[in-house]
Design a protein around this ligand. Structure first.
Ligand code: ACM
Length: 701
């Protein structure tokens, strides 16, 4: 009985959560055991039960990655003797021919000091298990080994996606492929490929070649390339859902086919970010005729059950200004543009049905008259997901998972597809299929896209795979640092391209001062970048902001040091030296940055950032000295230092110093020293945090 209790669900996971491990996403149930399975030159793999090309290729990829980490060669091919194989894989069957939403992705993994046994009902389940196996690899001085463990795993949600926008900035094939590898590493299973928008029509249409030839500057995927991507994704158990955004976000369709538009044109490929007026004309039969032909062609190309029709942000301005469209609305009794768009969507749903496809669209498409198998993708807020479920529609969450908004991983991790207070009943809850991270590409180039995707996408992948109870953010960051390194072996450039950008910015100078600066600096959040540092789709994305990360490398560390320092007297002693060292580096930074700027005009904004960071760090160091010396500063000191910090907190050129809240805590703690001395040490931190939270200019951390 006791054992059964331990084996069931979250309690079992929790029991082991204190054991540091490297699994990401955290499995549904797991237990680490005593012992380890050595990875030696005699490491062999055997397969029992079903085997096919996809499984064998998946095993081969995993073994090559294992070899890369241990730096010696392992035997090739499969071993015959299941009993003596180091890794025994038992797969019951192939699973779905085309990856589908009801694929069984579960697996179990038992690692003892004799053997690793991976069991799965399907090949995709086995592939998921192989990723976990690779995450069990550790090493000491003498030997690499897999930790002994017992794992039973399956996803919490069946739809765990990543949307990549190839329209705003075209992303060449190898970028899509390496990100499919990254997705597989964290057990994501849907690539939602945003292929058309105002700024580019990125898929070859043999039926209507003017679409891609006029709408893409020559940057489109050929149908052979699309098939190649689908095969690559299928090999990794990943569905590929194309999005053809309509009726709005449609300028690129109209460059070659102005007759589809709701205004005469001519049209040009849009170069700016934003929301634009051009929209398909929902009143014209020629429009449906072309869409029937095009979507039929795409249904033959993309095997997934679903095609995404976009449907977002159509403001209907062209519709409002065309008398024939107004007359059509009147004749059909359509009272609003939303109703006209719902009419359009129903026509599209019929076309998709004819071609054997179901519809998915952004949450604007929600309308009771749509077929009930339509999936609603919630982006404007989680409320639309709840509303869709109440109306009987299935849905996925993307609100909270927009990577382009440049929020830290912790923010995405906190967004759950099912809010605790959703008020939905069991039947409605079952309609929530999962979620998708969204990588809109107005501000990412092929050079920077990986650094915006990774490792934050891993946090979203865990939210969608792991039990709801897995919510420890510090532990997520610990494991994300590990997986971030592992993702590099797949060719992802999220880490390595940052020095590439910095070297170019410095014209070959020493990049270390810039790394020190960016350790405390992040790109501004939400859509403030476009306001502060306007760029078009043709601009180079090679500025300092492009090398800054959504999680500034030292920000969490600094906040933890300050927390530790202010927690009690031993905490003060334990954290003082490290905090002083970190702040001193920032204090001393300006001359090095200035000398880099002297050789590179592209670093024009780095000086002021470095000076303000230096002043802020100096304020922190002064506070630390007061706290260490036990003397209180003069009353004016507090206001002067808080003013210094407020100045430093001001964003510039789309960058902001993000360590200010922690420094405010230090300054306030020093100013409050006389009172702190009389309160019990345990209460310091609480009191200081309360005071520091008042009028904090940036309150995120
Ligand atoms: C969207 O972000 N417009 C779906």
């Amino acid at each position: 009985m006791l054992l059964l209790c331990l084996m069931s669900g979250p309690a079992f996971t929790q029991m082991n959560s204190s054991t540091p491990h490297q699994l990401l996403p955290v499995p549904a149930r797991f237990e680490f055991r005593e012992g380890r399975l050595a990875v030696t030159k005699a490491f062999t793999v055997a397969v029992k039960g079903h085997q096919d090309e996809r499984l064998i290729a998946g095993i081969d990829r995993a073994m090559r990655r294992l070899e890369g980490r241990i730096a010696f060669e392992l035997p090739r091919g499969l071993a015959r003797d299941a009993a003596t194989a180091t890794l025994l894989i038992e797969c019951q069957g192939p699973g779905k021919k085309v990856p589908a939403i009801d694929e069984d992705e579960s697996y179990s993994l038992e690692v003892t000091d004799r053997q690793a046994a991976l069991k799965a009902a399907t090949v995709v389940g086995a592939l998921r298990g192989l990723e976990t196996l690779l995450q069990l690899l550790e090493s000491d001085r003498d030997q690499a080994f897999l930790r002994a463990a017992s794992i039973q795993d399956q996803p919490r949600f069946p739809w765990r996606g990543l949307m990549i926008d190839s329209s705003r900035h075209f992303q060449p094939l190898e970028i899509i492929k390496r990100n499919l590898d990254g997705m597989a590493a964290v057990k994501l299973n849907v690539l939602h490929w945003h292929l058309t928008d105002d700024q580019g029509f990125r898929v070859e249409s043999r039926k209507y070649p003017k679409l891609h030839l006029s709408g893409s500057d020559g940057n489109f995927y050929t149908q052979d390339q699309i098939r190649d991507v689908i095969a690559y994704a299928t090999a990794r158990g990943i569905r590929v859902i194309p999005e053809f955004d309509m009726p709005g976000h449609a300028t690129s369709w109209l460059v070659g086919h102005p007759e589809l538009g709701s205004a005469p044109g001519p049209y040009q490929i849009e170069r700016q970010p934003g929301i634009f007026d051009p929209a398909l004309d929902p009143t014209r039969e020629e429009v449906y005729k072309l869409l029937d032909g095009f979507l039929g062609e795409m249904a033959a190309l993309f095997p997934d059950d679903y095609i995404h029709i976009g449907g977002d942000e159509n403001e209907g301005k062209q519709w409002d200004s065309k008398p024939q469209i107004q007359a059509f609305k009147k004749a059909k009794g359509l009272k609003s543009n939303h109703e006209l768009q719902a009419y359009f969507n129903q026509r599209i749903a019929q076309i998709l049905k004819k071609h054997g496809r179901k519809m998915i669209g952004w949450d604007e498409i929600l309308h009771p008259d749509l077929p009930k198998d339509t999936v609603i993708q919630s982006w404007r807020g989680p409320a639309s997901l709840v509303e869709a479920a109440r109306k009987g529609f299935r849905g996925i969450l993307s609100a909270g998972y927009y990577l382009d908004l440049m929020h830290p991983a912790s923010a995405h991790y906190g967004a759950d597809p099912i809010a605790a207070d959703s008020g939905l009943n069991e039947q409605q809850l079952a309609l929530i299929l999962g979620g998708e991270a969204a990588m809109w590409s107005e501000y990412v180039s092929p050079e920077t896209i990986d650094s915006r995707l990774w490792p934050r996408t891993a946090a979203i992948a865990e939210r969608l795979w792991s039990p709801r109870s897995v919510t420890d953010t510090d532990d997520l960051y610990r494991r994300m640092a590990v997986i971030s390194q592992q993702l590099e072996e797949l060719g992802l450039t999220h880490q390595r391209n940052i020095p590439v950008l910095l070297r170019r910015l410095t014209g070959g100078g020493d990049i270390q001062p810039l790394r020190t600066l960016l350790a405390a600096v992040e790109p501004v959040k939400n859509y403030n970048r476009g306001r502060q540092h306007p760029t078009t789709m043709l601009s180079p994305l090679t500025s300092l902001v492009d090398a800054a990360q959504a999680d500034a490398p030292a920000a969490r560390r600094l906040a933890a040091l300050v927390d530790g320092l202010l927690s009690d007297a031993p905490g003060f002693q334990a954290n003082q030296a490290a905090l002083r060292a970190l702040l001193s580096e920032w204090r001393d930074l300006p001359p090095a940055i200035e000398s880099l700027h002297n050789r590179s005009a592209a670093l024009r904004d780095a000086d002021s950032l470095a000076r303000d960071l230096s002043a802020a760090a100096s304020a922190g160091l002064e506070a630390l000295s007061f706290l260490a010396g036990g003397t209180a500063p003069a009353p004016e000191w507090r206001e002067a230092k808080l003013a210094t910090l407020s100045q430093a907190a001001k964003p510039r050129d789309a960058l902001e110093i993000v360590i200010i809240p922690a420094l405010r805590q230090l300054v306030i703690a020093a100013a409050e020293l006389p009172q702190l001395r009389t309160s019990s040490p345990g209460d310091w931190l609480k009191r200081v945090k309360t005071l520091a939270a008042e009028k904090v200019p940036e309150t995120r951390r």
